[in-house]
Design a protein around this ligand. Structure first.
Ligand code: ZN
Length: 470
């Protein structure tokens, strides 16, 4: 492979991708060119949601290729989404990674990578081989026994050390909840994490909130703590930009940010839309696939010609109003969650094994809170998730119901102060969103909330079938 930058690499593969797409009946039926013509631009291809893409696999399949790998994700539709891949595309990805590694090995001394992976296979079915990882060890963070076994393995720092004395790079990979559970178990064992010689901690399936990142970096000094943004349906993830902490994708994918209202124009805040390039996508090609993630475009000069974006949250987890037919996000789900996590008075979920010998259960999971939107000409919102606001006759309201970690009845002054702080902070945040003003109503409750929808994904520890992990 000759060395080309990501934008040139993508423009070279795009015509092949579109030509290959013409063999798929769904795209041929829907794209915006004459029947006998091929699109030469990506915007002549319709954007496709997960529900549309998963509706009829037969229409999405290439007729001449056979399945070599099956992965799945439950998705936001609540239905399992099946992703099939052929041997040809897996081989192409392998070749691409090996070429990249060869190139890297020529310029830097590369140590083998030993990855301790907490994301179980049951979440996504089959797994892509990662040629860049020399050893992959599955660890379990879902039970106390699994955590104890994981720590025993982690503590053996001589594991897979090369004969030539090159210690492998060591990395833990997992969702924020898995990483939190593991870290708590290490400290509860009385181990100094520094003795585990971990080079990297990689969060997948969800981005780290500021509080979780602080917890991890505080407990793992000297270890790089990173977010990897990936979508289990596509090959290749996004790495954090050194310049602005946004994300940019691997060259195997073309990223676009399309407006939230389905008219396929580019937007500053919009839905992340990915095209997986040929030859990395062949059996079930993904062209302009709407991922369901709301992102914001970041102006960033570090990689010219590339899209750099910040992650706001899953679409249904971001309070979004519609004004004059246009959707606008009031506050991103990640930020909403961070605001709640800043307050110790807000109750949070407990994670398996996250206990302190003195305090007992340590609530380090997602905040226990719900939000709904109300108001506008239509009277009420459409339930949890998005509200419809079509006018200004009644002032729209964002209601946030928060469970406290203490009894508001016993500590009314503290409850009052917490209420004020949350109301002020959310109001100030929501005021910066364009469009008619939305009032914020915070209510505190002593318990009983279990539907938590401020999380970008369904849980910090995903249930089998949850989407998003790499
Ligand atoms: Zn950047």
């Amino acid at each position: 492979m000759t060395s080309v930058g990501a934008p040139a690499f993508r423009s070279r593969l795009l015509p092949h991708t579109l030509r290959h797409g013409s063999q798929i009946s769904f795209y041929r039926d829907h794209w915006k060119v004459r029947d006998d013509a091929l699109p030469d631009r990506i915007d002549q291809v319709p954007s496709v949601s997960k529900a549309e893409h998963g509706a009829d696999l037969e229409k999405m399949r290439h007729p001449g290729l056979r399945t070599a790998l099956l992965t799945h994700t439950s998705g936001t539709t609540g239905r399992p989404f099946r992703r099939v891949r052929s041997g040809e595309e897996l081989a192409a990805y392998r070749e691409y990674i090996v070429a990249l590694m060869d190139k890297r090995a020529r310029t830097t001394a590369v140590r083998p990578l030993l990855a301790f992976n907490a994301v179980p296979r049951s979440i996504h079915g089959g797994a892509l081989e990662r040629p860049g990882v020399s050893q992959q060890i599955a660890i379990d963070t879902f039970s106390k026994r699994g955590l104890a076994a994981a720590i025993d393995v982690l503590a053996d720092v001589s594991l897979f050390a090369g004969e030539d004395g090159r210690r492998p790079r060591r990395a833990v990979v997992g969702s924020p909840g898995m990483l939190t559970a593991l870290t708590a178990a290490v400290t509860a064992r009385g181990l100094d994490p520094a003795t585990l010689a971990m080079d990297e901690i990689n969060s997948v399936s969800d981005v780290l909130t500021a509080a979780t990142r602080g917890y991890l970096t505080g407990n793992w000094p000297g270890t790089a703590v990173r977010n990897t943004f990936s979508c289990s349906e596509t090959i290749g993830g996004a790495r954090q930009c050194e310049n602005c902490a946004g994300f940019f994708f691997e060259p195997t994918l073309v990223a676009e940010i399309l407006d939230l209202d389905g008219d396929e124009s580019a937007a500053g805040i919009g839905e992340l839309t990915l095209t997986e390039l040929y030859p990395f996508s062949q059996l079930q090609p993904m062209l302009r696939y709407r991922t369901g993630d709301v992102v914001v475009r970041q102006e960033c000069g570090s990689r010219p010609g590339e899209i750099c974006f910040g992650y706001l949250g899953r679409r249904q987890a971001c309070p979004t109003t519609r004004t004059d037919g246009r959707s606008r996000v009031l506050v991103g789900a990640v930020e909403l969650r961070e605001i709640l996590e800043d307050e110790p008075g807000v109750a949070r979920e407990t994670l398996v094994g996250v206990t302190d010998p003195v305090v007992g259960d340590m609530p380090l999971g997602p905040p226990r809170a719900q939000w709904t939107l109300h108001g506008g000409d239509t009277g009420t919102g459409t339930g949890i998730g998005t509200g419809t606001i079509t006018g200004t006759a009644a002032q729209p309201r964002l209601r946030v119901r928060v469970q406290t970690s203490f009894s508001p009845g016993l500590f009314p002054a503290e409850a009052g102060a917490l209420h004020r702080r949350l109301t002020d902070r959310l109001t100030r945040r929501v005021e910066t969103a364009p469009g008619p003003q939305v009032a914020v109503e915070v209510s505190l409750t002593d318990g009983g909330i279990d539907g938590l929808d401020v999380r970008p994904l369904s849980a910090a520890i995903p249930a089998p079938g949850a989407e998003g992990a790499a």
